[in-house]
Design a protein around this ligand. Sequence first.
Ligand code: TYD
Length: 340
Amino acid sequence: MRLLVTGGLGFIGSNFIRHFLARNPAARVVNLDLRTYAGNPANLAGLAAGRRYRWVRGDIADPAAVDRAMKGADAVVHFAAETHVDRSILDASAFLRTNVVGTQVLLDAALRRRVGRFVHVGTDEVYGSVARGLSREGDVLAPNSPYAASKAAADLLVRSYTVTHGLPAVITRASNNFGPYQYPEKALPLMITNWLGGRPFPLYGDGRNVRDWLFVLDHARALELVLRKGRPGEIYNIGGTHSCDNRGLIDAVRCVMGVGPELVRRVPDRPGHDRRYALDCGKLKALGFSHAYDFKAALRLTVEWYRAHEPWWRPLKAAGGYRAYYRAQYARRLGGPRGR
Ligand code: TYD
């Protein structure tokens, strides 16, 4: 199978590519990635460019670059997106351009190139906050952050291309991912790397926001299953194995790292902070999916990975862009940079 992956230098995309190539010796992957701040060639450093893997630097919102990259592809797995909620609150423009316009450009190219399958990688955040029960694929979308709104818009565009043009596309909606190579602005790698450096983790609000934690390699396995067996036009939720609030997450990581409570600092809440996400994954299970990773074991593995890969994350946190982002974030929320 010749696969075009978008955003393969990012966290989930790079884990997927490594998983997919290891499991499919005859497969080839072209990775179209612009290498924005969160895209990092070091995420795929072990993969030499060659017949089986090639990185093409390009923007998914650029029709000519997309058309070239899609030539000869049997299928597309579309990860490329701006993903950090806090950044979308500071400035939503890149989210609209990449997540919405970029998706439309890819869909048009997929139609022209007659690709056999298009997997659109999405998020549970499109459902909005669910006070109780589980979100199902047919539920009304109620995104609350500009990030979630841009992903919901992209989902609806994909849907329209399947209905109007017959594009064989499937949509997935995953819960919070964690694992190696996650950019350290997201809660879990921020917590781990701050604590490895003896610095506090800034806990938003009362810390009672519930997330469902999915190990990134289980996500990669689920995506491969959907790529092969998912029905065109369908949506599949991909949830994790461990639902807990942020205080519970902190306790779990503190237990693995042996860190005291003084390394948690409460800060003002994120505006529009969704209280709870929870997914019904019956459709995915009916395709034959079951998780392979236990939460505690995967969390230990993740902490160990960050411990062993300081040369990977230290330069990211020292970079000017990272510091500028936190200055902007905390200037707005606290009246000055703190807690980092
Ligand atoms: P995050 O990793 O940003 O994912 P998402 O917002 O997409 O779920 O955040 C996970 C949870 O952790 C979320 O409830 C917000 C919270 N959080 C903090 O308490 N402090 C932080 O510094 C960050 C980044 C997140």
